[in-house]
Unconditional design. Structure first.
Length: 194
């Protein structure tokens, strides 16, 4: 019985992965409608089953965004600690590994929708991770500093790659330096406003 339950879980996970990979494929093909219907058509999985896994379009796109990070590597995720925030090498080298997909996620309306589907989770993660560094700042400045650290953690990849022909390793070096510099400044300013 346990073996049957284990197989059932593996089948569910395989179907879930197939659904998310189909969303990513549709995006890479330039499809504007990253919907349950489009995924059902692509995968042959019933629309009803897809809705069972992902209750709405936002859940579907958010999970697809998480799948993109998974494809980039285990360390490419929302940070859980300040040391994760400082691990820029894993982030940027992971993004390089799946550069064609990340480029679309960073530059298309569909990719933007995928990223925005996880906006709340992203904000909560970075707010938690930067809380100690920004705690003495005025409230408005806490938000600004946290947002800047989040931007530096992942966002420069496309711009630095396109405009400066930099590799993930080089981008990681530059952004790691910038994050360390900002964190040191935030702690040294002892609550002085930005």
């Amino acid at each position: 019985m346990e073996e049957v339950a284990g197989q059932r879980e593996r089948n569910k996970e395989a179907a879930r992965t197939r659904i998310l990979d189909a969303v990513i494929e549709l995006m890479t093909e330039g499809r504007a409608d990253l919907s349950h219907d489009a995924v059902a058509e692509r995968t042959g999985i019933s629309r009803r089953t897809i809705y069972r896994y992902f209750v709405d379009r936002e859940a579907l796109l958010g999970a697809a965004s998480a799948r993109v990070r998974e494809l980039a590597g285990a360390r490419v995720s929302f940070p859980k600690s300040e040391s994760d925030l400082l691990d820029t090498q894993s982030i940027y080298q992971g993004l390089d590994r799946i550069a064609p997909i990340v480029t679309l996620v960073r530059s298309t309306p569909q990719g933007r929708a995928m990223r925005l589907a996880q906006k709340k989770e992203r904000q909560e993660s970075y707010t938690r991770v930067t809380a100690d560094a920004v705690k003495d700042l005025p409230k408005d400045d806490q938000l600004l500093a946290t947002a800047m650290l989040q931007v530096l953690h992942t966002t420069p990849w496309l711009e630095m790659r396109d405009h400066w022909d930099l590799s993930g390793e080089q981008i990681a070096k530059a952004t790691g330096w910038a994050i360390r510099t900002l964190l040191a400044d935030l702690r040294a300013r002892k609550g002085a406003p930005l």
